[in-house]
Design a protein around this ligand. Structure first.
Ligand code: AMP
Length: 141
């Protein structure tokens, strides 16, 4: 299995619920290491740039305003198959459809306030790591 790095964001709803530690425990329990982390409140410009791929989607405006509504916790996770592993831990985008025991089933309230973001593939992971942690290696040496 390949060692990968991926971006995870704990969104404003989950930060406000004070469950950063519980979510981190799930990453660690699945064998993922937190190799970089930063808490920040995103500006409108940064959130619009980060979600630029969704600019034309009907939910873009609500997504951006939600993502800037409070602090987020951004981390790089590292481990075997980290990209897929993180997405499995997160569960489906819509918490109503997320499998029991996933982060979204347990902590998310709606498709916008859905607790976490995770890179969806190697190219996205590379782009998102560079976006939030400039100069950081995509893979560990
Ligand atoms: P991502 O797919 O991770 O780049 O992020 C898209 C985000 O947009 C999701 O995590 C949701 O929070 C939000 N969103 C809101 N409405 C929708 C929708 N109808 N389909 C997909 N994502 C949505």
């Amino acid at each position: 299995m390949a060692v990968e790095r991926t971006i995870s964001i704990i969104k404003p709803d989950a930060v406000a619920k004070n469950v950063i530690g519980q979510i981190y425990a799930r990453f660690e329990g699945a064998g993922l290491k937190i190799v970089a982390a930063r808490m920040t409140q995103l500006s409108q410009k940064t959130a619009e740039e980060f979600y630029g791929i969704h600019r034309e989607r009907p939910f873009f405006k609500d997504l951006v305003s939600f993502m800037i509504s409070g602090p987020v916790m951004i981390q790089v996770l590292e481990g075997d198959n980290a990209i897929t592993k993180n997405r499995d831990l997160m569960g489906a985008t819509d918490p109503k459809k997320a499998a029991p025991g996933t982060i979204r089933a347990d902590f998310a309230d709606s498709i916008d306030a859905n607790a976490v973001h995770g890179s969806d593939g190697p190219d996205t992971a590379k782009h998102e790591i560079g976006f939030f942690f400039p100069g950081m290696d995509v893979l560990s040496r």
